[in-house]
Ligand binder design. Structure first.
Ligand code: AMP
Length: 210
C-alpha cells in the first residue's frame, strides 16, 4: 500500500502515520524528519535546508524530490510506505506519479487554523523514538519525559507562533492544488482532524477497508 498524508503543521499527520505503519507494516517516510536529521548532522544538505526550514518556507522541489527518490529505492519501501509531508506542491505530486505510478490513497487531515496554532505551540516530540505529545491534549505521563523510551522531550525549533503562522500560510498557498490533484484521480480521502485521535484513526482504517 502506498499512502500520502496531507495536512497543515500539527494536523496530526505524524500521530496517524505511526498508527498506519503499525497496522499495515509500512515504511515511514517523513521528509521533515529526513531534513531535520541532515540539519542536526550538519551535512551540506542540512546547511542548505536549515535557513528555509527555520523560516517556515519550503525547500526547493528539486532538492526534496531527489531526497524522496533516493529514499524510495531503499529495501523497506518494497512492502509499501506512507509519505508524511511529501508531496507538498503540485510539482512534487506530479513527480511522485512519474516515479511510482500512483498512490493508493491521499489522506487529508483537515483542521481549522486557530486549532492548529494552539496545537503546534504545545507540541513536544521525542528526539530518540519520534513519539509525539501535546502539552494540552495528549501530554506525556511525566512532564517532559517520553512515555515510550524515557528520553527528554524537545520542542521543534519551528513550532512557535511566528514560524507557525508562516508555515500555515505556506500550506494554504500550495494545498489546494495538491488536494485537487488527488481529488481528480479519485484518490482523496478527507477526514475531520478535530475529532478525537482514535476516531480519526478509525475513520482512516475504515476508508482503507480495514
Ligand atoms: P514537517 O516536519 O513536515 O513539518 O517539515 C518541516 C520543514 O521541512 C518544512 O517546514 C519545510 O521547510 C521542509 N519540508 C518538509 N517536507 C517538504 C516538502 N515536501 N517540500 C518542501 N519542503 C519540505
Amino acid at each position: 500500500m502506498k499512502l500520502v498524508l496531507i495536512g497543515a503543521p500539527a494536523a496530526g499527520k505524524g500521530t496517524q502515520a505511526r498508527r498506519l505503519i503499525d497496522k499495515y507494516n509500512l515504511a515511514y517516510i517523513s521528509t521533515g524528519d529526513i531534513l531535520r536529521e541532515q540539519v542536526s548532522k550538519g551535512t551540506e544538505l542540512g546547511l542548505k535546508a536549515k535557513e528555509v526550514m527555520d523560516a517556515g518556507k519550503l525547500v526547493s522541489d528539486e532538492l526534496i524530490i531527489a531526497i524522496v527518490k533516493d529514499r524510495l529505492s531503499e529495501d523497506d519501501c518494497k512492502v509499501g510506505y506512507i509519505l508524511d509531508g511529501f508531496p507538498r506542491t503540485d510539482v512534487q505530486a506530479q513527480k511522485l506519479d512519474e516515479l511510482i505510478g500512483s498512490v493508493d490513497r491521499a489522506i487529508y487531515i483537515k483542521v481549522p487554523d486557530d486549532v492548529l496554532l494552539t496545537r503546534l505551540t504545545a507540541r513536544e516530540t521525542c528526539p530518540d523514538c519520534g513519539a509525539i505529545y501535546n502539552k494540552i491534549s495528549s501530554p506525556s505521563k511525566e512532564a517532559g519525559v517520553c512515555d515510550v523510551c524515557g528520553a527528554k522531550l524537545t520542542q521543534r525549533k519551528d513550532d512557535n507562533m511566528e514560524t507557525g503562522l508562516v508555515r500555515l500560510k505556506t500550506f494554504h498557498d500550495t494545498a489546494d492544488a495538491l488536494i485537487d490533484h488527488y481529488a481528480k484521480q479519485g484518490k482523496l480521502f478527507e477526514v475531520d482532524g478535530l475529532a478525537d485521535i482514535d476516531e480519526v484513526t478509525n475513520e482512516i482504517f475504515k476508508n482503507l477497508g480495514e
